[in-house]
Design a protein around this ligand. Structure first.
Ligand code: ADP
Ligand code: MG
Length: 233
């Protein structure tokens, strides 16, 4: 396996069906997508169109009913759970709509967590995390627990946590969907700038077209299929 393949996410023929009470729901009906290193791709689609399902599959949190997921050149289709977990830990950063920070830990400890889980020492892990938090304007909030941060600050800590390990791929599921309009715009801008700065490939779900337009490329989910909506250049 080469260390830095050009394509960080490749989805091939992804299908996902849910069976519920005798009814089969075909949420994804054959999705193909490639995200290049350093490229930001917006995933548009109305509520219920399958954005979260697609991101969970790309992030190795769920398995597709059919199809292949290739992360930074590694085919994850036949990987066992342990290997999937390691790939997720080392290759992928995830930002959810709700911050999912650990309430008992400080902003700094939360942001450093992925490096600690990888087994890195406390001091260098915190050093890296504090650099990112400072870039996000949180230098005075490092010791605050999540409950003592504003919504925008909490989401910035979640962004720092997703990026601290310099993943190949960032996946974000409506990362500013829970913030007021003005804060959402600022935080979204910071996220895109930071991802570009680090040269990370990103797939970010949003239903806000203005935010999507700030990214390199837009794809849209409609009735289980993915369409190229526009180039934003
Ligand atoms: P989005 O993120 O675009 O709002 P989702 O991926 O959350 O869409 O959901 C897409 C569709 O799949 C919805 O109709 C939802 O009800 C259905 N769905 C998602 N997860 C499950 C599940 N675990 N079991 C059954 N149906 C599901
Ligand atoms: Mg969703």
């Amino acid at each position: 396996m080469s260390e830095r393949p050009r394509i960080v996410l490749e989805l091939k023929g992804i299908r996902r069906t849910f069976r519920q009470g005798g009814v089969t729901l075909e949420v994804l009906r054959g999705i193909d997508l490639a995200v290049q290193r350093g490229e930001t791709v917006a995933l548009l689609g109305p509520s219920g169109s399958g954005k979260s399902t697609l991101l969970h599959i790309a992030g190795l949190l769920e398995k597709p009913s059919e199809g292949q997921v290739i992360i930074a050149g590694q085919d994850c289709t036949r990987m066992g759970e342990h290997q999937r977990t390691l790939t997720r830990r080392h290759r992928i950063g995830f930002v959810y709509q709700f911050h999912h920070l650990l309430p008992e830990f400080s902003a700094l400890e939360n942001a450093a967590m992925p490096l600690r889980i990888r087994g890195e020492k406390e001091k260098p892990a915190k050093h890296l995390a504090s650099d990112i938090l400072k870039d996000l304007g949180l230098m005075d909030r490092l010791d605050h627990r999540p409950a003592r941060l504003s919504g925008g600050e909490q989401q910035r800590v979640a962004i720092a946590r997703a990026l601290v390990g310099k993943p190949d791929l960032l996946l974000a599921d409506e990362p500013t969907g829970n913030l007021d309009e003005k804060t959402a715009e600022t935080v979204f801008g910071e996220l895109v700038a930071m991802v570009r700065n680090f040269g990370i490939g990103a797939l970010i779900a949003t239903h806000n077209i203005d935010m999507a337009k700030r990214m390199d490329r837009i794809v849209a989910l409609h009735e289980g299929r993915l369409y190229t909506a526009a180039s934003t250049e």
